[in-house]
Design a protein around this ligand. Sequence first.
Ligand code: ZN
Length: 105
Amino acid sequence: MIIICNKCKTKFNVSDNLIPPEGRMVRCSYCNAKWKQENVSETSSNLGLWIFWIITLSITFSILYLGLIIVFGNIIPIPKELFNFLIDIGIPIEGGNLFGREFDR
Ligand SMILES: [Zn+2]
């Protein structure tokens, strides 16, 4: 990771494993300034990437699951809360299979 001296703004390329996540005291080799350096390397960007994927996959599977319920509602187990919610928003799943089935809203 790249760290920058607070005083003279010199940039140093430091190996990631030299700075623990909780940070440590470092000293600039040019101006002798000391400061506490946090580890600002990949940990934070990896976390963002993980959150992105978790959200993306959750949304994808929710949509897939809803689609499967609408088409194969009589085969796939549906939690009672979700069942009531789907009825409330007007998705007719009581009888299961939506296609080939008469329903009126
Ligand atoms: Zn410096």
